[in-house]
Design a protein around this ligand. Structure first.
Ligand code: ARG
Length: 438
């Protein structure tokens, strides 16, 4: 039964390709010596094939490994040393990030395999990282692979807000187009406070509260240039509306004053960039996402509330401009200065295919993938510098879901036919759930 299933899955992957002439020795997609054998006999690739959720790269790796077929069974180029030998058991080690890991064949470490598999030549960052990960192990290329966080998803659910406790925003009586929000609108929004070398606080990025202890922001707001050029992320400011004043008050209909509470600053205990986010100056940054863990619980008030994580990928089957998403932040406006007040804007969804066509020119080159989502492309309506890390949200079933994280876009912002690019939160749910601790 299991074998049948495997053959079936394998067929879905390989049978579309016409079969190639079988041959004994071969070169793997990673340029190693291999043997062309039936996939069921190649433990490393079989493990990849049996994974329930493969990344695009892993699927591509499997496809590139095909070297023929035997009846209905695809044959793959299996690295010779990757075969189980009986001896050379995996041993424990410390990963490049300093966590507990197992020294094993790189083929059995999807996270590092993805890096290894990146288009050649590998960037110096990737090379360094792979070098730091190498270990004396069972295979020709052995790496110290982080142990999967063995956490019961049920426990994680207890750490995230219930559906009835997230994504509730204040009244939405305003028109979009880069307008001020109400003071209680999007209460999950936070400003990241960076400690500069001159010992001041700089507000250069936004983030979204997803639980009492965690916020989601951009990878480039957590690590890389921002740290050398701005400072270290020290705290997050929650419940803010107008950055320049403590308590904010606005006139509401009837002439009354409506005020919020003083914003609160909470220290960041841990900055967790996505392990595959590689800080480079190049645009098109993949995995531009990070978690911020707070040193103490965020309060829940009318002005501070978590947003919901998405339950499904809302972009599946959507055509461009089929829905509007909302982006909000304190970033640069058409006046070329950051906004003091929280602003919001509706931006139309744009398919990845259409969006990729926006990023083909010399000046704006980026290779997009399905863990990114595009929105915007209308003149004068865009997120901009300083909005990074902030939320792209969708109102669904009476609550707001965090769909995207502001990553990059055209410069200057708001060009016609160049959508902004956001990290697709749905693609990072497993990572987020794996990182969240009590
Ligand atoms: N990376 C920018 C930041 O640091 C955000 C860019 C968004 N740009 C855009 N045109 N949509 O804030």
């Amino acid at each position: 039964m299991l074998l049948k299933t495997i053959t079936l899955i394998a067929c879905l992957l390989f049978c579309l390709n016409s079969s190639v002439l079988a041959q004994q020795s071969c070169t793997t997609p990673l340029n190693a010596n291999g043997e062309c054998i039936v996939v069921t006999k190649c433990s490393s690739l079989l493990a990849l094939l049996q994974k329930s959720r493969r990344t695009q790269q892993e699927t591509q790796f499997l496809r590139n490994s095909q070297c023929g077929s035997e009846g209905r069974n695809p044959k793959v180029c299996c690295e010779i040393q990757a075969q189980p030998t009986g001896q050379g058991r995996p041993s424990t080690c410390t990963t490049a990030e300093g966590s507990a890991g197992t020294c094993k064949d790189i083929y059995q470490c999807p996270a590092l395999l993805t890096l290894f598999n990146a288009p050649k030549p590998l960037s110096p960052n990737v090379v360094t990282r792979l070098r730091q990960s190498s270990c004396q192990g069972p295979a020709r290329i052995s790496v110290c692979c982080g142990n999967p966080t063995s956490r019961n998803p049920a426990n994680v659910d207890a750490l995230l807000p219930k559906d009835s406790e997230c994504g509730r925003s204040g009244d939405q009586d305003r028109i979009f187009g880069g307008n001020e929000t109400a003071i209680d609108q999007y209460p999950w929004m936070a400003l990241v406070e960076y400690r500069t070398r001159r010992n001041t606080l700089s507000l250069s990025c936004a983030a979204s509260l997803i639980s009492k202890r965690y916020l989601v922001t951009a990878g480039h707001c957590a690590t890389g240039d921002i740290v050398s050029q701005v400072g270290t992320p020290e705290s997050v400011r929650l419940g803010e509306w107008d950055k320049t004043t403590g308590q904010d008050c606005v006139k509401v209909s009837g002439g009354d004053n409506d005020c919020n509470d003083e914003p609160v600053s909470i220290r960041i205990e841990e900055v967790i960039p996505h392990p595959q986010y590689l800080p480079t100056t190049a645009t098109g940054q993949k995995n531009d996402i990070a978690l911020l863990r707070l040193a103490s619980d965020a309060p829940v008030t009318d002005f501070i509330k978590p947003i919901c994580l998405p339950k499904r990928d809302i972009t599946v089957g959507l055509s461009s401009r089929a829905i509007n998403l909302i982006v909000a932040g304190w970033g640069t406006t058409e006046t070329n200065r950051p906004s003091n007040r929280k602003l919001h804007l509706a931006v139309p969804f744009v398919t990845l295919a259409e969006c990729q066509s926006h990023y083909q020119t010399e000046r704006l080159k980026a290779e997009l993938w399905n863990k990114q989502i595009c929105a915007g492309g209308e003149v004068g309506k865009d997120s901009c510098r300083g909005d990074s890390g902030g939320p792209l949200v969708y109102f669904n079933e009476n609550k707001f879901d965090l769909i995207g994280v502001v990553s990059f876009g055209p410069s200057p912002c708001g060009l016609a036919n160049v959508a902004g690019v956001y990290s697709n939160v749905y693609g990072y749910l497993d990572w987020i759930r794996g990182e969240i601790k009590p």
